[in-house]
Design a protein around this ligand. Structure first.
Ligand code: SAM
Length: 277
């Protein structure tokens, strides 16, 4: 598909936009199906626009937004524009009012176009585009004082037509890769392995703990045995080196700027890109 004006419709912690050149450089030349089991904001998907793709995320509100944009782009654009237009003079009050609506709807599992619009509005008006929830799964990020438009309608329509040929799943990464087979390309950008005990790593109430990283490494080995091309990115930590080192995989260390970090002195870091081919 031709890349027109498609850009991710949410800001996402760990978004891979800045690593795109390094990712592109390391892509397999040819592959069958594209799998992205931790889709997040979809920076890589929307850059590559593969013809046959399966995407997945455990964050049901995020997946609902992908599905609504795919199936009901006009209603989605209209609803987001309404939320933008009706912003109160006191933007902060309005944001907290919508955040409460959003959390209520999510708790009632009302996975509809209104929830998708609220999700995107809140994502664009919350601090640093974080998606952080409390122990009950309620979104709890404060307001960022922005009054900018939440979406670009043309990009939403282009995304919608692209997504018509994409399978959109909403579960665990392991299940999402069930059918990945020889010659398929699996791009894996899981939540980061922790750099330190206070680092941001809880995207959903389930979190992603050390055991999940071990489970993912086992899946990576299994996909390798199946003959899939796998590329995985993460922090360059001891755990990641233990899980993927000495297995014949290629581990490339690359520099990154970190945007979502309250400590300004800690904004340059190292990541690894791990390929099994
Ligand atoms: C680092 S983000 C992906 C960022 C994405 N590559 C981008 O450019 O925006 C990791 C994603 O994994 C999702 N996630 C966490 N645990 C998961 C699980 N067990 N199965 C599938 N997705 C999961 C989170 O909801 C989050 O969206």
């Amino acid at each position: 598909m031709k890349k027109t004006n498609i850009t991710p419709f949410v800001k996402w912690a760990g978004g891979k936009r800045q690593l795109l050149p390094q990712i592109r450089e390391r892509m397999p030349r040819e592959y069958n199906n594209y799998y992205e089991p931790f889709i997040g904001g979809g920076a890589v998907l929307f850059e590559l626009l593969p013809q046959k793709a399966v995407i997945n995320d455990i964050n049901i509100a995020l997946v609902n937004a992908y599905r609504q944009i795919c199936n009901k782009p006009e209603a989605f654009v209209q609803e987001v524009n309404r939320l933008d237009a009706e912003i109160w003079e006191d933007g902060k009050k309005y944001y907290y009012f919508l955040r409460e609506n959003y959390n209520d709807k999510l708790m009632q599992e009302e996975l509809d176009v209104e929830l998708a619009a609220l999700f995107v509005f809140i994502n664009k008006h919350c601090f640093n585009g974080l998606c952080r929830v409390n122990g009950k799964g309620l979104f709890n990020v404060p307001y960022n004082n922005s009054r900018k438009a939440s979406i670009d309608a043309n990009s939403i329509y282009a995304i919608s037509s692209y997504l018509k040929n994409v399978r959109i799943l909403d579960g665990d990464f392991e299940v999402a890769c069930d059918k990945a087979a020889k010659g398929d390309f699996v791009f894996i950008d899981s939540p980061y392995a922790p750099l330190n005990p206070t680092s941001f790593e809880s995207y959903t109430k389930e979190g992603f703990d050390i055991e999940s990283h071990r489970r993912l490494a086992a899946l990576y080995d299994e996909l390798t045995e199946r003959g899939c091309y796998c590329m995985l990115t993460n922090h360059n930590t001891q755990l990641i080196n233990e899980l993927y080192g000495n297995k014949g995989y290629r581990l490339d260390v690359v520099d990154v700027k970190r945007f979502i970090n309250s400590d300004a002195s800690n904004r340059v870091g190292k990541e690894v890109i791990i390929c099994n081919y």
